[in-house]
Ligand binder design. Structure first.
Ligand code: ADP
Ligand code: ADP
Length: 225
């Protein structure tokens, strides 16, 4: 089974109103385990909408969303939340770390929410932080970390529950080009090492070219290449 499959997905904001915006028109997409796919589109083309639908944060008007072979269409909010917690990791342009908690705690908390015991969660968080080169910063709060370090911690948080699917919206868009390149390499190493599927929205064509496939969004339709 593909990790993520969208078929015939449509989405219109303000449907039936004068300000209606048709953002997705029959979007088709399939991502296999281990595949890293770039999503390239200009601002306003609907990247965030697509990522929110794929991540079960929003629902399409029509069409199906399947995660690991399970059709999520029509599922209850409770089941969608459970699937999101277990199967999906999110990374945003701005890290959204909890400012009052340390780097380690930011990676521990989503595991506790997923039922992992504290000892195991701490061990796994420390291991992940070390792997991305911020092990020495585990006891610092986000404000004491550089932008690149904060984003590495956000990667660890997204991967803490070993999701099958990683969704990222401009994961290095807030960093200077040199740092972005280095942090992107770290992300790719982590993704490759875990074998998860990833859909990564970016404006950066040079980064997109380093992924397995590039998808473009044009007038609400997804095209390959
Ligand atoms: P991107 O992430 O590519 O910048 P978005 O998915 O955020 O694009 O938005 C696509 C289009 O849908 C834009 O024209 C945006 O203004 C519109 N849009 C996004 N969210 C809403 C909303 N909640 N209500 C109405 N229009 C929206
Ligand atoms: P933008 O793409 O507009 O720069 P962000 O990258 O900050 O915005 O976030 C992308 C989208 O994800 C926003 O629509 C935001 O509301 C949503 N979002 C941010 N953090 C979370 C979260 N922890 N859980 C769910 N949705 C979130």
């Amino acid at each position: 089974d593909p990790v993520l499959a969208l078929s015939g997905v449509t989405k219109t904001y303000n449907k039936g109103l004068p300000g209606a915006v048709e953002v997705l028109r029959g979007a088709e997409l399939s991502i296999a385990p281990g595949e890293v796919v770039a999503l390239v589109a200009p601002s306003g083309a609907g990247k965030s909408t697509l990522l929110h639908i794929a991540g079960l944060l929003d629902t399409p008007d029509e069409g199906a969303v399947r995660i690991c072979g399970r059709d999520m269409t029509g599922m209850s909010d409770r089941k969608r939340t459970a699937a999101r917690r277990e199967d999906i990791g999110f990374i945003y342009q701005f890290h959204h770390l909890l400012p009052e908690f340390t780097a380690l705690e930011n990676v521990v908390l989503p595991q506790l929410a997923n039922g992992v015991n504290r000892g195991e969660a701490v061990t796994r968080a420390a291991d992940l932080l070390a792997r991305v080169g911020v092990g020495g910063r585990a006891d610092h709060r986000p404000a004491a970390l550089s932008g690149g370090e904060q984003q590495r911690v956000a990667f660890c948080r997204a991967l803490a529950n070993e999701p099958a699917l990683l969704l990222a919206d401009e994961p290095t868009g807030n960093l200077d080009p040199g740092t972005a390149d280095h942090v992107f390499e770290t992300l790719m190493e982590l993704v490759r090492a875990t074998g998860m599927a990833a859909l990564i929205a970016t404006h950066n064509m040079e980064l997109a070219a380093r992924m397995d496939r590039v998808l473009r969004m044009d007038n609400g339709v997804l095209t390959e290449g």
